[in-house]
Design a protein around this ligand. Structure first.
Ligand code: ARG
Length: 588
């Protein structure tokens, strides 16, 4: 369906054209003087140059041509030549009726749906999820949902880190602790045990111990590098251990992502790209892109316009081992073969930008992707503590995701019980739902590329620009609607009438912005635009709520109209938070 702004622009364009001007001057924008008007058209200002005429003369002619408009209740020329506009209340009510009936609430489906792979999450197997992985999961999940809503085929891939040094470290540490395990017996030819020789708890202790040891034990580190390489070559005992590590940690990861309302279509991993590496490397050599440099195999990726040095992309180390770049390139090859995507989007810490510049350039230069395949890096900023440094535990250690969530839920529980509107029985579950909104909204309401401060007190507040505030607004609407139904009201009855006051009209106008907001949020990969939008809608609703008697309205048709507006507001808010990746409870 057409956006309200388009309908307004159509009227103005026709009026420009009628007066002999180019219709493209009829663009309408939201007013920057809300005290004077709701929308404005600056086309006469722009046209003045082209037509060598005073802007207000053009504006006057245009406004005269608008005549008795079905859309505008006011079209006024102000010096030097702006056209100030207000929308007719009954036209707006009619528009909202259509909006409410539209399945996508005025979001128009993409004309040419694309296949888009989103690479997000990116946890490393055997390492506990920490807050660094939180942003990727939250932002990626939201963009995936928005992309689907606007009609694209979006495939989310967790792209597990399972092929790097951490695997060699774990294997080596295990070998030191339990050298007698069959996995380390090179002469063993039987079947390996089904049961893993460790639990997730043990695994999470083994990795940090090994990692710490490798920092000051050269020999141990060398051993781990060697083990990593042997694993990558498929040494049977190590592959069996790798399988155990995978099994144990993937089920733990799934549990954690579930708690975050984050789901992936693909649980692929770095190692899945391994079979694509030999051919890919061979081809790059043969085409003359890859050459040897101090034993390593590299591809040059610098470009003339570079202002800073972009080092060559390394394909293989001197011992033939593959690297992070190698698996990422081979994964591109794999994705092209399996899905032939139009676009691959990476939601990864912005400190990895150079890596992705190298990978993208190499992929393009060597023809791994089609000319029109878009590779896009969405680098996000760091989540900091109140001290402005990367978020840590009180003791200064790396914060585990589980603990962060538990902390938020505890704080949320405290606040909800304090509010006392919910019986203890469901307060725990409510705290979990609202807590997730606090974390996700706290993150998503910031522009992704920027660092932000994770502030538990602020994020869990029911007031201000927070997740709980948005949920509180939704719950408020739901409870009014419930009461209306309990009193025998029918949500479907009646129709929307012209706004009765300023605050109702403002809410109505806000609701018309949903479609453009969502389309734009996807285009710019910017969920924060949806946050900003629903904050405005919530404010507009609460103002309306405080100024208007809704259920005590005596005129039945008017009451039905209010109720319809409430239903639409609820639908828009609930659809929005669904796109952000959280939901609202029934009560709070
Ligand atoms: N596992 C990586 C890390 O923790 C992130 C993976 C991002 N995705 C990718 N295709 N490189 O840093």
């Amino acid at each position: 369906m057409k956006k309200l702004m388009e309908l307004m622009a159509e009227e103005l364009s026709a009026a420009f054209e009628k007066a002999g001007y180019d219709p493209s001057y009829g663009k309408v924008t939201v007013s920057n003087r809300p005290d004077l008007c709701e929308y404005q058209c600056n086309g006469a200002m722009a046209g003045a140059k082209a037509y060598k005429k005073a802007p207000f003369m053009i504006a006057d002619e245009v406004v005269a041509n608008l005549g008795e408009s079905r859309v505008f209740s006011m079209a006024e020329v102000v010096k030097p030549g702006f056209i100030n506009l207000k929308v007719k209340e009954d036209f707006l009510a009619e528009y909202l009726e259509k909006l409410a009936a539209d399945e996508k609430l005025s979001v128009n489906a993409a004309k040419t749906p694309k296949t888009i792979i989103i690479d997000y999450g990116g946890p490393n197997v055997a390492k506990p999820l920490h807050v660094g992985h939180l942003r990727s999961a939250i932002i990626g999940e939201s963009i995936k949902r928005i992309g689907r809503f606007v009609g694209h085929k979006v495939i989310g891939d967790v792209h597990l880190g399972d092929w790097g040094l951490q695997m060699g470290l774990i294997i080596t540490e295990l070998k030191h602790r339990e050298p007698g395990l069959v996995y380390f017996d090179d002469s063993y030819t039987g079947e390996y045990p089904k049961e893993a020789p460790f639990t997730i708890g043990e695994l999470e202790e083994i990795y940090p111990a090994a990692s710490a040891r490798s920092k000051d034990d050269e020999e141990f580190r060398a051993e781990a590098l060697e083990a990593t390489h042997l694993l990558q070559q498929g040494k049977p005992g190590y592959m069996a251990l790798w399988n155990h590590i995978m099994e144990v940690s993937v089920s733990d990861l799934k549990k954690n992502y579930n708690n975050l309302n984050v789901t992936f279509d693909l649980w692929k991993k770095e190692s899945d790209a391994q079979p694509y590496i030999p051919d890919m490397v061979e081809e790059m050599k043969q085409k003359g892109f890859a050459y040897e440099d101090q034993g390593a195999l590299v591809v040059d990726v610098k470009e003339e316009s570079d202002t800073k040095e972009i080092p060559p992309c390394m394909l293989l180390k001197s011992d033939g081992a593959s690297l992070y770049t190698t698996t990422d390139l081979a994964t591109i090859k794999e994705r092209m073969e399996l899905f032939n995507p139009d676009e691959i989007l990476y939601v990864v810490d912005k400190r990895q930008e150079l890596h992705f510049i190298q990978v993208f350039r190499c992929a393009r230069k060597t023809g791994l992707v089609n000319e029109d395949t878009k590779l896009f890096f969405l680098g996000f900023g760091t989540m900091n503590g109140k001290d402005g440094k990367p978020f840590k535990t009180r003791e200064g250690g790396v914060m585990r995701l589980e603990n962060l969530i538990a902390d938020i839920n505890e704080e949320m529980y405290r606040k909800i019980v304090e509010n006392r509107s919910v019986k203890d029985k469901d307060a725990g579950e409510t705290a979990r739902i609202v807590g997730l909104s606090a974390i996700k909204y706290g993150d998503l309401s910031n522009q992704a590329t920027k660092d932000y401060i994770f502030d538990v007190d602020r994020f869990t507040s029911f007031e201000g620009n927070t997740g709980p505030y948005i949920l509180y607004t939704i719950v408020r609407i739901k409870s009014i609607l419930n009461r209306y139904c309990e009193e025998g009201g029918d949500l479907e009855a009646g129709r929307m009438l012209a706004a009765v006051n300023e605050s109702e009209k403002n809410l109505m106008l806000q609701l018309t912005g949903f479609g453009a907001t969502v389309e734009n949020a996807f285009e710019e990969k910017a969920p924060h635009k949806i946050c900003a939008y629903i904050y405005e809608v919530s404010n507009a609703f609460n103002r309306f709520y405080h100024e208007t008697k809704i259920l005590t309205e005596e005129d039945p048709a008017q009451k039905q109209s209010f109720v319809k507006l409430l239903v639409l507001t609820r639908n828009i808010l609930e659809t929005s938070i669904e796109l952000l990746g959280f939901s609202a409870p029934d009560r709070m």
